[in-house]
Design a binder for this molecule. Structure first.
Ligand SMILES: [Zn+2]
Length: 181
C-alpha cells in the first residue's frame, strides 16, 4: 500500500510532524485527533466502505512535548539526507556510518551537534582525529533538527500536490535541504 503524507498540527496549530495517512486515519478512528482537511483523491477502502484519507490533522498536545533531544543513528542519516559530510557522496542505507566530529575518546558526545553522516571510507580516514587535525572539512554543519525537519526529509520523495498546498498554507519549507549551509 502506498503511504501518503499527512501534515500534523499541534494544539496551537503549529506544524509539528508528518504521519502516514494510515496512521492519521487510525488516530481519527480512535478519537485522538481532529481532521481539519481530507485528501480529494486518496481513499481508504475496507470490504464494505470507502473513506477519504486525512490530509491535515490536529493533535490535542503542544509541540514542546514532542521535542526529542536524543538522536538515533537513523535520525542523523535522515537529517543529513544520507549524505557524507566530508566527501558529499549520497549513501545507500547500508553504507552510512555516524561520525563523532570530536571523537568519543576525546570527550565528544552523542548529541546532534557532534554527530554527522559519513561514508565508511571517510570515517576510516578521519579515524580518531578532529576534522581540523585530519584536514577534512565539513560540507555542512550539524544542527539539532526539529521533528518536523526530520519528517520532511523522511517523506521528501512521497510529497504530492495536495500535501504541498497544505504545507505552503502553514509555512512548511519542503524544498531546501535542511542541513546544508
Ligand atoms: Zn565520504
Amino acid at each position: 500500500m502506498v503511504l501518503h503524507p499527512v501534515l500534523v498540527l499541534d494544539k496551537a496549530y503549529s506544524p509539528t510532524t508528518i504521519f502516514s495517512h494510515k496512521k492519521a486515519f487510525l488516530l481519527d478512528y480512535l478519537g485522538r485527533c481532529e481532521v481539519l482537511q481530507y485528501y480529494e483523491r486518496v481513499v481508504i477502502t475496507s470490504p464494505t466502505s470507502e473513506f477519504r484519507a486525512p490530509l491535515l490533522i490536529r493533535l490535542p498536545i503542544l509541540m514542546r512535548n514532542w521535542e526529542s533531544s536524543f538522536p538515533t543513528r537513523r535520525a542523523v542519516f535522515i537529517r543529513d539526507n544520507f549524505t557524507c559530510a566530508y566527501c558529499g557522496k549520497v549513501l545507500k542505507d547500508g553504507e552510512a556510518t555516524v561520525d563523532h566530529i570530536v571523537p568519543k575518546s576525546r570527550g565528544g558526545k552523542w548529541q546532534w551537534e557532534n554527530l554527522i553522516t559519513c561514508c565508511k571510507g571517510c570515517n576510516q580516514r578521519k579515524g580518531n582525529r578532529t576534522p581540523e587535525e585530519a584536514q577534512m572539512e565539513l560540507l555542512f554543519k550539524p544542527k539539532k533538527p526539529s521533528p518536523l525537519q526530520v519528517a520532511v526529509n523522511y517523506w521528501r520523495r512521497k510529497i504530492n500536490g495536495e500535501f504541498k498546498e497544505v504545507a505552503k498554507m502553514f509555512g512548511v519549507n519542503l524544498s531546501t535541504p535542511l542541513v546544508k549551509g
